[in-house]
Design a protein around this ligand. Structure first.
Ligand SMILES: [Zn+2]
Ligand SMILES: [Zn+2]
Ligand SMILES: [Zn+2]
Length: 155
């Protein structure tokens, strides 16, 4: 069993435990997110599933499936550019609080990270001192990954 299948298996188990069902179509979409290994818009995901699995999805059904995956904590939506990523913690079986993301602006590779609650409350305080209220603790940081860094002459 390959790594993606293992994660899908685990995801199926998570859904069963929660009384929901990871249908074949939902599996396909989740596998697309895991396999692409980067943030994808719904339309990029449709293309990916079509070229990799020969499955055709309508935008409507992909959005519905993504919504399901989000609710089950199996995928996350990035507010920047309205893209989606598979949760990095499906396999470890623990739940997590609001995730934070490092996003490569060159290749759209995404790493899900966790910022300590202390650091977040610090940021909240700083924002509030400046007269702003933090509306989401989900931070999405624009980065350059190490694969893309050598091509950046200024780094
Ligand atoms: Zn996650
Ligand atoms: Zn984990
Ligand atoms: Zn990159």
């Amino acid at each position: 069993m390959n790594a993606v299948d293992k994660i899908i298996d685990k995801a199926e188990q998570i859904c069963l435990n929660r009384g929901t069902r990871l249908t074949a179509k939902r599996k396909q979409v989740l596998a697309g997110l895991i396999e692409s290994n980067k943030a994808l818009s719904a339309y990029e995901l449709i293309d990916f599933c079509e070229s990799h699995y020969g499955d055709t999805f309508s935008a409507m059904s992909v959005y519905r499936i993504l919504e399901f995956l989000e609710e089950e904590g199996l995928a996350h939506r990035l507010n920047i550019a309205n893209k989606y990523v598979a949760c990095a913690h499906i396999n470890c079986g623990h739940t997590h609080e609001t995730p934070q993301f490092l996003i490569c602006r060159e290749c759209s590779k995404v790493r899900e990270i966790r910022i300590t609650p202390d650091a977040i409350s610090n940021l909240k305080d700083n924002a509030s001192d400046a007269g702003f209220m933090l509306v989401t603790p989900q931070f999405e940081m624009s980065c350059i990954c190490k694969d893309c860094a050598p091509q950046q002459p200024n780094l």
